[in-house]
Design a protein. Structure first.
Length: 126
């Protein structure tokens, strides 16, 4: 499934542009469900629903029914979101992915995560 998420990230970058944060995470050990998190400079209050639908369709197109059933949530965030800032300030990933297990970042509990992209945006990248 990791390769499929790598491909989804590449497609998002081709279609939409820079991505600040793209990851899947589980915040607790009692569920096998994942949350898919996307944040980018082109996401705003005006296009969150459209972006959510775009990402949902990408997941449907690229994941099997069984893989899709492991996803509980899709989060689409502006880059000013405090959780986005918290993750991008503490973890930087750009050309590969990293796995994070049993980690607390300033009060944010991450049981398990695979982070495909996490980078702070400079003004020239916005």
């Amino acid at each position: 499934m990791v390769e499929k998420f790598r491909n989804i990230l590449q497609r998002i970058k081709q279609d939409k542009g820079n991505v600040t944060l793209f990851m899947i995470m589980r915040m607790e050990s009692i569920t096998d469900k994942w949350s898919v998190i996307l944040a980018a400079p082109w996401i705003s209050e005006l296009n969150k629903t459209e972006t959510f639908d775009y990402l949902r369709l990408l997941l449907i197109e690229n994941l099997t029914l069984e893989e899709s059933s492991t996803i509980a949530r899709i989060g689409v965030f502006e880059i000013s979101n405090p959780i986005v800032n918290l993750i991008t300030q503490n973890i930087e990933v750009e050309s590969s992915e990293i796995q994070v297990n049993n980690t607390v970042i300033n009060g944010l509990n991450i049981y398990e995560a695979i982070i495909f992209q996490s980078k702070r945006m400079t003004l020239s990248q916005l």
